[in-house]
Write a protein that binds this ligand. Structure first.
Ligand SMILES: Cc1cc2nc3c(=O)[nH]c(=O)nc-3n(C[C@H](O)[C@H](O)[C@H](O)COP(=O)(O)OP(=O)(O)OC[C@H]3O[C@@H](n4cnc5c(N)ncnc54)[C@H](O)[C@@H]3O)c2cc1C
Length: 385
């Protein structure tokens, strides 16, 4: 991926910052309360080109690097983490196609994804298989020029309002090891036999659609098999999730920063025992800890992005950034709530939303328990005796 000039980066970040400040922050609490999809904000994101930020310019995208992607996700999440989710798995799907698709697939999907006409998702998790991805049960069996897809996917973000999914399915259910029989297919709407389940009511990450996808003898053209070869789907998806983890880490930094900034402001206004609470050392220590953790998380995230931009393998660095940033986001948002006292627990202030949004980053794109296993495996590989 190309690195971009600081001028280009600053221009897009200024646009995103203005969008967040003027359009997102004022309405985030209401959308979250009502759990309503933010159609107007999504249209605005389209006009800013955000659906194509990492799609190569050759295919109509902005061709930005991972460092810029990280800053954009951080800025969006400062306003409302859910809006970053609209482009999160969309860009994961785009990266699967850009890195592994045939030229025909790139030309067919990427320009439409860059414009936001095609809004994508990633269909990996199933009702009975999340961390244990090789155990998925959705099948896509070749029948002449089509694959016939059966089974259900679970927790698919953008599955309702998006109109395409990078579906991870078994094209050879008896393969041993199972991952050799797993492939990635692009499924567009409408496809007969492909329907969307009910809206799932969530703790946080509200407003955004996270749904079950149901496939009953849905026929998908074989030309939509990513890369034109079976058995590569898991590798293609897990590779794209490496950069997905940079976006999750950046979201965590954004939410934690918003919680910290709200705390700084509140602590200098709220008075107890004749002085602002910011003058009590107990609160000062919290603020110092919060700021230090956020800065460390931000640096880990930017470093993973920088190495990815330099073309290096970053499963270790992106995993560490995702692990650390999401854990400190959970801690910082709880501390923000404590600094706000009773006001941190009510919907009038955004800190209760930050607290509810934080756990998604701990669970999503590989739980932190799994993240630690990936990190340990890579460390043992690097430090063999
Ligand atoms: C809001 C939301 C949005 C999501 N969006 C998407 C999406 O767009 N696309 C998609 O495909 N998925 C999506 N997911 C799914 C998400 O990636 C999974 O929930 C996650 O990977 C965990 O899988 P699981 O829920 O099946 O938990 P399980 O895999 O059942 O894990 C349960 C617990 O056991 C632990 N565990 C499991 N195996 C091990 C092990 N070997 N060692 C130690 N601990 C272990 C886990 O860490 C966890 O604590 C989303 C989830 C949520 C909540």
């Amino acid at each position: 991926m190309p690195t971009v000039s600081s001028e280009t980066r600053n221009q897009i970040i200024t646009l995103v910052r203005d969008f967040v400040q003027n359009e997102v922050t004022p309405v985030a609490q209401q959308y979250d309360n009502e759990d309503v999809y933010p159609h107007e904000l999504v249209e605005h994101m389209r006009s800013l080109g955000l659906f194509g930020i990492t799609i190569p310019e050759k295919y109509g995208g902005l061709g930005l690097d991972h460092t810029t992607l990280a800053i954009i996700f951080e800025e969006l999440s400062k306003g409302w983490m859910s809006v970053s989710g609209v482009i999160g798995t969309h860009l994961v799907m785009a990266s699967i196609i850009a890195e592994h698709g045939t030229e025909e697939q790139k030309q067919s999907f990427l320009p439409r994804m860059a414009s936001g006409d095609v809004r994508g998702s990633l269909g990996l998790t199933e009702p009975e298989a999340g961390s244990d991805v090789a155990n998925i049960q959705v099948t896509a069996i070749r029948d002449q020029d089509d694959y016939v897809v059966n089974g259900n996917k679970m927790f698919i973000t953008n599955g309702e309002h998006g109109n395409a999914v990078a579906l991870i399915a078994k094209t050879n259910p008896s393969a041993d090891p199972p991952q050799r029989g797993i492939s990635c297919l692009i499924v567009e709407k409408p496809t007969e036999g492909f329907t969307v389940g009910q809206h799932i009511d969530k703790l946080g990450y509200r407003g955004l659609d996270t749904v079950e996808l149901i496939f009953e003898n849905a026929r998908v053209p074989s030309r939509n098999l990513v890369g034109g070869k079976e058995g590569l789907g898991l590798r293609q998806a897990l590779g794209a999730l490496e950069s997905g983890r940079i976006n999750i880490a950046a979201r965590a930094v954004g939410v934690a920063t918003a919680a910290f900034e709200a705390s700084m402001s509140y602590a200098q206004k709220r008075q107890t025992f004749g002085k602002t609470i910011s003058q009590h050392q107990a609160i000062q220590i919290k603020l110092a800890d919060m700021a230090t953790k956020i800065e460390a998380a931000r640096l880990l995230t930017y470093e993973a992005a920088r190495k990815r931009d330099a073309g290096q393998r970053v499963d270790l660095e992106a995993g560490m950034a995702k692990l650390f940033a999401s854990e400190i986001c959970g801690e910082v948002t709880l501390e923000a709530m404590r600094i706000h006292g009773g006001y941190g627990y009510i919907k009038e202030y955004p800190v209760e939303r930050y607290y509810r949004d934080a756990p998604l980053m701990i669970i999503g794109e590989g739980t932190n328990e799994i993240q630690k296993l990936v990190i340990a495996r890579r460390l043992l590989e690097k430090h063999q005796v």
